[in-house]
Design a protein around this ligand. Structure first.
Ligand code: GDP
Ligand code: MN
Length: 377
């Protein structure tokens, strides 16, 4: 689950990391009121689940009430990489001496947190990473032992020469690692981590994702969920108890059982296709679940063909067939639907389908070949 900058900053603040104060609003007049509390110069920042806001015009410095009002009016309602801005964060503008990068993520290969630092932080970090990958220092942490002080020192020294800045950075890195672990994060990023002309190190931007499987332990973080900012398909899937993961291909997959869903995706790849999603409709299969599944799959504009692979056990084929027929009444589906249906009540299921002018395969191999061929035409 992605959270907003202001929410990530709250977590950092609670973990002792220096972060300038700030408040959010969706109203330009209120933005002016907040700015007045902070004094002369503020930054107005789009709150969206996306980076690169600065370059998109979603981060603006404002020196007086008129500028705050104008910036808030411009930013609220704008779209940044597909995300509509509903709120802005108003925060005092900091004087910046240097901008560094500090991030932690879970590296799946080594199954460990990796801390990354780079002294050249800021909006061009992607370009720095491409041009000079060695300038980003990475340290794998053994989660059994955590982060040792000398490791934090090593990282901090890669950022600063001045001993006082190094000391502050050590504390920030240690606190960030603790915040990362304690909140069940899969990613946290401070970019930029700034040093000021008066010699302070601070986090003026924060980006954070929480592992969905950890959320159950953190009700306070669950409250950070912003349903409006999340892809509609994911919200629908979560609310109806379907496991759905969007992928980049064009073969929409609807399968019962996680194992069969994985095998189906493998076979799609084997025949030269690209799955558009992982979707497990689960064991029990009331027709309504199938309708929701089809709504979710068809909400992805990349989908060119819909592949059903149902091996009925607890799942009843007639329920699935009924769901498909019902969905075709409720929603307009342009893509061909290619179905495999075997197992419990498959004969009934086939009857329902053929009454609606459809047919089904019995072999998984055949249905996947057929579905993939539709995308290669
Ligand atoms: P991002 O583009 O989404 O990563 O948004 P950031 O919060 O990182 O802001 C982008 C850039 O705006 C930063 O790298 C800074 O250069 C600048 N910026 C943000 N906040 C301040 C501030 O308080 N003072 C100054 N002078 N610049 C800021
Ligand atoms: Mn940033």
């Amino acid at each position: 689950m992605d959270i907003h900058e202001y929410q990530a900053k709250e977590i950092l603040r609670n973990n002792g990391i220096p972060v300038p104060p700030g408040r959010v609003t969706g109203n330009p007049n209120q933005a002016v009121d907040i700015a007045n509390e902070y004094g002369d110069k503020v930054v107005v920042k789009a709150q969206v689940h996306s980076g690169g806001r600065g370059k998109a015009g979603g981060v603006k410095l404002a020196k007086n009430s008129e500028e705050v009002f104008q910036a808030a009016t411009d930013i609220i309602g704008m779209t940044i990489s597909g995300h509509r801005v509903n709120e802005v964060l108003i925060t005092p503008a900091e004087d910046i001496d240097t901008e560094a990068y500090l991030g932690i993520l879970i590296d799946r290969k080594t199954q460990s947190p990796v801390i990354m630092v780079c002294s050249e932080g800021g909006v061009d970090i992607e370009e720095v990473a491409q041009r000079n990958p060695n300038s980003i220092r990475k340290l794998r942490i053994d989660p059994r032992y955590g982060l040792f002080r000398h490791q934090a020192y090593g990282l901090a020294r890669a950022l600063y020469r001045d001993q006082d800045l190094v000391k502050q950075a050590v504390a920030i890195i240690e606190n960030l690692y603790q915040a990362f672990i304690d909140s069940g994060a899969s990613m946290v990023e401070i970019n930029p981590l700034i040093s000021t002309p008066t010699g302070c190190v601070k986090a003026i931007d924060a980006k954070m994702s929480i592992d969905n499987n950890e959320l159950i332990k953190h009700p306070e973080i669950q409250n950070y969920r912003d349903i409006q900012a999340e892809p509609r398909a994911e919200t629908m899937a979560r609310e109806s108890g379907l496991s759905y993961v969007k992928l980049d291909g064009n073969v929409g997959c609807c399968v019962n059982g996680a194992g069969l869903a994985m095998a189906t995706m493998d076979l799609v790849k084997y025949y030269g296709g690209e799955p558009a999603n992982f979707l497990d409709i689960g064991g029990s299969s009331n027709p309504q679940k199938v309708v929701t599944a089809l709504k979710i799959i068809t909400s992805d504009p990349n989908v060119e063909v819909i592949l059903f692979n149902i091996f009925g056990g607890i799942t009843r084929c007639d329920d699935v067939a009924r769901g498909i027929v019902e969905a075709l009444k409720e929603i307009e589906i342009d893509s061909p639907i290619i179905i495999r249906l075997t197992g419990t009540n498959d004969e009934k299921g086939l009857e329902i389908l053929s009454a609606a002018g459809m047919s089904a395969f019995t072999s998984m191999d055949d249905v996947v070949k057929k579905a993939v061929s539709k995308t290669l035409q």
